[in-house]
Design a binder for this molecule. Sequence first.
Ligand code: IPM
Ligand code: MG
Length: 359
Amino acid sequence: MKKRYNIAVIPGDGTGPEVVAEGIKALEAVSRRSSMEFSFEEIPIGGELYLKEGILLPDKVIEGLRSADAVLLGAIGHPEVKPGILEREILLRLRFELDLYINLRPVTLLPGVKTPLRDKGPRDIDFVVIRENTEGLYAGGGGFFKKGTPDEIAIQDSITTRKGVERCLRYAYDLCRRRNKAKTLTLCGKSNVLLFESDLWVRAFEELHASYPDIAVQYQNVDALCMWMIKNPERYDVIVTNNIFGDIITDIGAAIQGGLGISAGGNINPEGTAIFEPIGGSAPKYKGLNLINPLAAILSAQMMLEHLGEPDAATILLEAVKTAVKNDIKALEAGKMGFGTREVGDLVAGYISGIKPQP
Ligand code: IPM
Ligand code: MG
């Protein structure tokens, strides 16, 4: 009997459906040569559904996601929907309701992929960012006072809880130990200005360190860290940070590992649901053109396999991606890959099966 995983799939908007299809193709290829199989249940939420029926994220969808073994997401974002609605009511609400408190974003330069960093290679760019995913500026309230007048005031609160910080730090320390590389955990904050929030992070970081004597620790302010990520990315092993800094530094991470076309991430509740996604967004101008790079979605499926406790299958998938990148794919930008979206998926699926398909 094959082990069966129930995967909920949110193809979403723009190029989301195209890239997710290639992630599924890779998983099906993995399933053909392993003792696991997948059933995929499609969930049609996103900008299209909102525009047609006014529906964003029904409670029963959230309940359905809770019972899935994992979730694959394409992209949510629609040019005809006012910015903020889909983001807050779908993406962020999923993170809050399912308590996906870890945003795991690996920054890995695969051999053969170009980085904009001169003189840096795959040995230098290989770290992981753990972004706290449920608190900070993303969870704080706020409001206007005297809006639209010369005296107007805007307040944007940020929320930092001891529990939220501690569970995130613990995950980061554990991951740093499991990775077993430089065993260095960097806390990224802004302790010279955010006197309260960073203070809480630093104290919790130092206290927890007592349980992880094998891990070396360092603290860096976010501005300096942005500079060092570009100058000396080899200094990093695992970086842990708050929600907004994590949002920002992972875009730098995406850029230095070859761009959004290859950058994947997971929104994870270690005790519950996890959603894996290409971090690039819906790229509406490429929709339906078979041009967009599906590797980020395929690598999301790879992260999902690791999360499901299938490291061998995850390795097979990763090796297939590496082979396709090394042997075939010329560039990672849409329209410049030398292959279409589906063809990249076919190449990876072919390598997974051990057969090199003829392009
Ligand atoms: C990300 C995105 C989201 C975020 C947006 C779309 C709400 O930028 O996942 O990094 O800010 O978290
Ligand atoms: Mg972002």
